[in-house]
Design a protein around this ligand. Structure first.
Ligand SMILES: Nc1ncnc2c1ncn2[C@@H]1O[C@H](COP(=O)(O)OP(=O)(O)O)[C@@H](O)[C@H]1O
Ligand SMILES: [Mg+2]
Length: 224
């Protein structure tokens, strides 16, 4: 049976992964601060919204939607109409992290998913949960199991320290790993994207140059 796929919304990326993310799947988007994870995640959801898919963005950082949308609205891919009509839902669980245990946090996320019934989900960034939840690995395992039963395409973003490619605990449960790289080359700093893992997909493993502009994240060249 051929794997069904959905377009990522990132220009130049789908050519590297046989046309898009496998659907359903759980994809880790990893990178250091400023690498472009949040921008990538919003582009992915806005692409879904344009296609009439219900989209759910869950922030773990206690950032209000006004705060986040102010930044995101400077990008051309951003269309506030989908926020207004409820196709794109913004939720924040930052406050819940400090006061809920693993079970309650999971059921909170599950409830959000059941309420909004999204085809695309983002949790940004997932690794922050590790600062609050005692058994983070168990939480990840249960979260991924829950998401697999729901069968949307979920992006989990993972912030890494310099030199680290992706958070390993999230990486091994994910169906795909996309890393966003910032690298100094002499006096210049360059951005790259690398697809490290994509189950069921004959994908490129190269570092592909990318840029962030008013159009968001864009992969510059498809090289194999
Ligand atoms: N209009 C723009 N043009 C070029 N680069 C931009 C623009 N807007 C944001 N950026 C770049 O994107 C970065 C923010 O990316 P973000 O998605 O928030 O990263 P992360 O979530 O990985 O920390 C900024 O630090 C900046 O370098
Ligand atoms: Mg971010």
């Amino acid at each position: 049976m051929p794997i069904s796929r959905i377009p990522s919304g990132i220009k130049g990326l789908d050519e590297l992964i046989e046309g898009g993310f496998p659907a359903p799947s759980i994809i880790l988007v990893a990178g250091s601060a400023g690498a472009g994870k949040t921008t990538f995640a919003f582009q992915f959801l806005m692409e879904g919204a344009r296609r009439g898919e219900k989209c759910l963005y869950i922030s773990t950082l206690s950032e209000s939607s006004e705060w986040m949308l102010r930044f995101m609205s400077s990008f051309k891919f951003f269309d506030p109409v989908y926020i207004e009509d409820g196709t794109f839902v913004y939720e924040d669980i930052g406050e819940d992290l400090a006061r809920l245990d693993e079970i309650k946090l999971l059921s909170k996320i599950q409830e959000m998913i059941a309420t909004h019934a999204p085809q695309r989900v983002v949790i940004d960034p997932i690794n922050v949960v590790n600062n609050y939840i005692e058994n983070y690995r168990q939480f990840l395992f249960d979260l991924v199991t829950m998401l697999k039963n729901w069968s949307a395409v979920t992006l989990l973003t993972g912030e890494v320290k310099e030199g680290e490619k992706y958070p390993p605990d999230v990486g091994y449960t994910a169906d795909g790993i996309v890393t966003l790289i910032i690298r100094s080359e002499g006096d210049v700093v360059k951005r790259y994207v690398q697809v490290l893992k994509m189950r069921g997909t004959n994908h490129s493993l190269s570092n592909h140059p990318m840029e962030i502009t008013e159009n968001g994240v864009e992969v510059l060249r498809a090289r194999f």
